[in-house]
Design a protein around this ligand. Structure first.
Ligand code: MN
Length: 273
């Protein structure tokens, strides 16, 4: 199943190539604030599905005719792992490594959707880089989740770009500008991802392939990230973990098109403004 938000807070799913608008059946008020409807949907998905598909207010829809929004607007948190592929550590001449340093946070408000531009702040002379990452979405929350149980806590996966201004200021600030976390275009649920530890992840700027790596080369693997982060903080449904970037990061400029593609998960192209 693919789960998405569209047209300003509506929720839909795609199952076997057919998409459904669940907004009315789920009694979602798209005007309500804060916009936590997707987090609530993820928290209750087991009790709602598949009955919601046969609800009289569920409508078939054409996903290609709507504007897809960021699939999760208001998670409890957005965790991110730093240098999590050895080759990226080498290229950055970094002493950081995910297995030594653990995670950091990005502002939740940096999340943006597949049809939103990446808006660069006006910082003359500074490099602003793309980082191509697998986004992991927590389904069942918990604390002190073991490696063995980790995959049971994952709702699904999405493409995620961890944008960053290179420099010496606090990392959280350099990575937290609005639109610095394109995420989407939908969440592909874990049952549709055959082996999350073997996903090719690619990123192009215009037509230049910049990043091309496989999640099998993660230093801290997916169960390891969940084990480590849940030792510190309770994970909640809808929390997002950015898995860390492989080698090939580089600068973007206004007018560029950034395309991210993750095998079995999805693909999206963002305009840089
Ligand atoms: Mn990153």
């Amino acid at each position: 199943m693919k789960v998405f938000q569209f047209n300003g807070g509506r929720i839909g799913v795609t199952i076997d190539s057919q998409s459904y608008d669940l907004t009315e059946a789920l009694k979602i008020d798209v005007q309500s604030w804060p916009p936590v409807q997707m987090v609530q949907f993820i928290a209750k998905v087991d009790q709602n599905m598949p009955a919601i598909l046969t609800h009289p207010l569920t409508k078939k829809m054409d996903i290609s005719s709507v504007r897809l929004d960021v699939p999760i607007s208001w998670p409890n948190k957005l965790l991110a792992f730093p240098v999590n592929y050895l080759a990226h550590g080498v290229e950055m001449k970094s002493v950081n490594r995910a297995d030594l340093n653990g995670f950091f946070l990005k502002a939740n408000s940096s999340l943006s959707g597949p049809n939103d531009a990446i808006v660069l702040p006006d910082l003359p002379g500074r490099e602003i880089h793309h980082e191509c990452e697998l986004g992991i979405v927590i389904g069942k929350g918990g604390r002190n989740i073991s490696r063995e149980n980790a995959y049971k806590h994952i709702f699904g996966y999405a493409c995620l770009i961890d944008m960053v201004v290179r420099g010496k200021e606090e990392r959280v600030m350099r990575k937290s500008y609005d639109t610095f976390c394109p995420f989407g275009p939908w969440i592909t649920t874990s049952d549709e991802v055959p082996d999350p530890a073997n996903l090719q992840t690619r990123l192009w700027v215009n037509d230049e392939l910049r990043q091309d790596a496989n999640t099998k080369d993660l230093i801290v693997d997916i169960p390891g990230m969940i084990e480590l982060s849940s030792k510190v903080a309770t994970l909640y449904p809808g929390d997002i973990i950015a898995a860390g970037t492989p080698a090939g990061v580089g600068p973007v400029s206004r007018g560029d098109r950034v395309r991210i593609q993750i095998e079995h998960v999805g693909e999206m192209t963002l305009l840089v403004q």
